[in-house]
Design a protein around this ligand. Sequence first.
Ligand code: AMP
Ligand code: ZN
Length: 699
Amino acid sequence: MNKKKPIYAHIPVEQLLPIEAMAELQRLAEKISTHDEHYYKNDAPVISDQEYDALWRRNEEIEAVFPELMRTDSPSKRVGASVIQGFSKITHSRPMLSLDNAFNESDVIGFLDRIRRFLQLDNYEKIEVLAEPKVDGLSIALSYRNGKLIYGATRGDGSIGEDVTANIKTIHNIPHQLPSTAPESIEIRGEVFMAKEDFLNLNRRQEVRGEKVFANPRNAAAGSLRQLDSSITAARPLKFFGYAWGASSSSLGDTVSDVRSKFKHWGFELNEPARLCSDVSEIIQYYTEISKGRAALKFDVDGAVYKVSRLDWQERLGAGTRAPRWAIAHKFPAEQAETQIQTITIQVGRTGTLTPVANLTPVTVGGVVVSRATLHNEDEIARKDLREDDWVLIQRAGDVIPQVVEAHSDRRLNHSKPFVFPEYCPECGSPATRAEGESAWRCTGGLICPAQVVEGLKHFVSREAFDIEGLGTKHVIAFHEDGLIKTVVDIFQLSKKRDLILAREGWQEKSTDNLLLAIEARRDIDFSRLIYSLGIHKVGQATAKQIAQHYVKFETFLNTIELAGIPGPSVFEDLINIDGIGPSVVADVHNFFSVPHNIDVIKALSRELRVRPYREEVVSGSGAAGKTIVFTGLLETVGRREAKARAEMLGAKVSGVVSSQTDILIAGSGAGSKLKKAQDLGVKVMSEADWLEFIKLRS
Ligand code: AMP
Ligand code: ZN
């Protein structure tokens, strides 16, 4: 082991003999790799940047003079090795290919026929294949030199993968050292995966900590391996199966089984059970057994892989551009499974939508452990008559969220009752409502519901709402997370928490005071902006403006609500008479103000503000101010939406219907029934050009 190698480091490049150059390239590759490890993995470089650069330069110079001696693991092939962000790249010694797929017996027969023809084998000659489980993880190449693990790379695009060496080294069942019987240089390939049980435990831990929960073991494995911080990978229960290889400096035997037994001897775990099959019926027998025994396997499989057993034949068969000719993957079909609904719970979305979710007895479907399935909405549950404790058929196609196909009503218990959709939000206890014509129930506790508070805060500080300079989405979320802002009212109490803001990272005296000043400036707010900022479902800027216009003063609005106590639907009935506000909007407004907590928050908020009555918003001097106008027909200069916005900015009220209240109808080309109605009612009619002139003159 300690055999001393001669060093040619002092010999100028031009004077190197090829054999010396070869030795130098090996030394440099190893040295650079070691220093990369110190630098990237341990974050502790042991040489200066200049020394490191010098090694690189010498390597490049030698390669320039002896291009034919360039090593497969040459540092220069690792594009961007000095980039810390992201992974550096590794070129595979041989491309890491995909596999062709078979979905049925005749595909398998076709596979064997093609091989027979390609190799021109007689009919009596048996083609033995090794059948193995197709492991559902991600493929990895491990490079060993003189028995030592040098690097590990992902498949990447097949020819260039990512250098995940530091992460690979944290996987317990990957040997760092092979016995001396192993080839001097070999690339071992196989699958990094997460066992089913480990996956479930990891997800449980992640959930408790409020961290990302993975959809399936493969995603968990991939996400864990592709971490820039290898200490995260180390904490994840990853494993490796060896089942293939890239370049090797010496022969590995005559058959796939020979190689597998070598792998095992060297300390690798294998994907079992594997079986040597000598004809189609044996292959199908294996496939049937593995698909039946799939649930009992400790790891996810998504099919079986059949590989021509004789390595000399593999060699002759070679590969196409995408896949080798000597192997095929027999994939399992999209899977269904039976399980039981334990409970049906309600999830509250960020905007208040209530989604029913079936909590299932965990079961593997198509290689994924499923414990929850969305039930979409009330009608869907009713249509399928899904109930708690029901046995159900669930299905998963690809990576899609699992669905409940049907309930086995024959297996239903006597006391079983149809599911009743709750009328209260499980997160905040506020009443839930379902508007006519909509499929979803929603929580009405917009200002207090913990599920909605973040969205609500984001909306509150958005540009069209309070638009507080220096308090964007990012800060409002951070402040909320740290308890500085619980409801929108707290924004206006931040001046009392100046010290707490100052103590935060990135906040200096100046930025803190600027923020507090910006908040002060927003205490004066337009009535309509305030209404819009509340984030009432369906109440956009236009509706907010109409409400403000209707009540003029915020106090009037509040009093109306207060007088009614918890307002009955009639309180807002007069809103229906406003053009453009339909019954469903009124219902949403009503629902919102029926929640006492929402009113508490609004009252507290109004104590912090000086709300400007509606009139002040009007741009004075415009002839359009206060006019009720209707657009019809095709406008030439601007879109309908912009025309409307512009008119509103000038204080006009834009309506969709012509009535005796209408002051002006602006008729574009092709105007029809509205124009006629306006003429009948004697409403003033303008062309688009007239209108533009009119607002120009008067504004
Ligand atoms: P596909 O994912 O459909 O492109 O199939 C090819 C992949 O199957 C390979 O890249 C491997 O990651 C994976 N695989 C899983 N188990 C095996 C196995 N036993 N032999 C070969 N490849 C496998
Ligand atoms: Zn709620």
